[in-house]
Design a protein around this ligand. Structure first.
Ligand SMILES: *Cc1c(COP(=O)(O)O)cnc(C)c1O
Length: 358
């Protein structure tokens, strides 16, 4: 099996080795030390100060999105601007609906880039926060973090970012862009098993929001997590094995150097985009993340090629849902993939495209 998918991604051997070991008992000083070390490395790689807090949830990314809303926003005070450029943006809207958070969504059409003029239309609405999936994974669009950051700053809005498929795929600097909360998940850029998601909170949002215990929830009360992490623990049993994978991966990236790690993804991404230039396919014109390349076919053959590659070859790309799914699939560039894997994949796409032509 070979994965060109984002979440899970093709995992590194070092992570697979850790997954094969016995899961130890975890209320120990050793495990606490490991987690405190992890916490330090993560804050460093995500570009936030030691005064920020990381909430380690045993849950998929959507739970972290919901928990962030529950702990940082309130029905009484907030009016939120949601960037809805695809299925993940839509999910933020749903979460606001369920939790009675007043919100407006900027809905992007298929293929439409988010620009400052979208934001300017909402200039006088007194928004208190923005919710955005910085890389909208369903379309591949990577929004302009500087533009969004400046907008939030100028309006005094909290800037809450789902960076699940951009952290460790593209450059991401939390404090530099005044991001108050960042949501990440283990199965994307971190290249680990699914199961843990983290919410990184800066001091401002902790002091002004989280500490007021806005969330009516036992499992998702961030205050409990912050208190426990002071000693390197979580309030409830975490996915202990993934915490070991996480520590190892952050160590590995720190040793490699973040720039080198990201440069390598960019190299593989650009190589793939170069290789498909000779095929009868195109890529979207908006700004793309290096995490994935959406491949758009001239004819509605994407699902069929996806199906044949997975069934006949054990090679997986990300199919897309709905109508665009007939013409588009997405190829991930994160994880244990190389230039020669690109070569193999492009040859397969070519082969099955030729079959479709006949
Ligand atoms: C994968 C992903 C999520 C989380 O999805 P889960 O299935 O709940 O893990 C959230 N946001 C974005 C942008 C994603 O790519």
């Amino acid at each position: 099996m070979k994965l060109f998918t984002i979440g899970p991604v093709e995992m590194y051997q070092r992570t697979l080795d850790i997954r094969g070991r016995q899961i130890p008992y975890f209320r120990t000083d050793d495990f606490s030390r490991l987690n405190l070390e992890t916490d330090k490395m993560l804050k460093n790689l995500i570009g936030t100060s030691e005064s920020s807090n990381v909430i380690y949830l045993t849950a998929s990314g959507t739970a972290a999105m919901e928990a962030a809303v529950m702990n940082c926003l309130s029905p009484d005070e907030d009016n939120v601007l949601v960037i809805e450029g695809g299925t993940f943006g839509k999910r933020f809207g749903q979460i606001c609906d369920v939790h009675d958070i007043k919100h407006s969504s900027i809905v992007l059409e298929q293929g439409e880039a988010l620009t400052i003029s979208h934001l300017e239309k909402y200039d006088n609405k007194n928004f208190t926060a923005m919710l955005v999936n910085l890389h909208e994974t369903s379309t591949g669009q990577l929004y302009d973090v500087k533009m969004l950051s400046e907008y939030c700053k100028s309006k005094g809005m909290y800037f809450i970012v789902d960076a699940i498929s951009t952290f460790l795929c593209d450059r991401y600097e939390m404090d530099k862009y005044g991001i108050d909360a960042t949501i990440i998940s283990t199965q994307k850029g971190l290249c680990l098993a699914p199961g843990m998601s983290m919410v990184v909170l800066n001091e401002r949002i902790i002091e002004e929001r989280v500490k007021r215990k806005l969330a009516k929830s036992v499992y998702f009360d961030f205050n409990d997590y912050m208190l426990n992490m002071e000693r390197g623990q979580t309030p409830f049993t975490p996915a202990v094995g993934i915490m070991y994978e996480l520590n190892d991966m952050l160590k590995s990236i720190t040793e490699t150097g973040l720039d080198n790690f990201l440069d390598n993804i960019e190299k593989i991404c650009f190589d793939f985009r170069k290789r498909i230039e000779e095929l009868p396919v195109s890529i979207p014109s908006y700004r793309l993340s290096n995490a994935i390349t959406p491949v758009i076919f001239e004819k509605p053959v994407a699902n069929e090629i996806y199906r044949k590659m997975s069934e006949n070859e054990g090679v997986f790309v990300n199919p897309s849902g709905g109508l665009p799914g007939e013409r588009m699939f997405r190829v991930a560039h994160v994880g244990n993939n190389t230039i020669s894997d690109n070569e193999m994949l492009v040859n397969l796409i070519k082969k099955y495209l030729n079959q479709e032509e006949i």
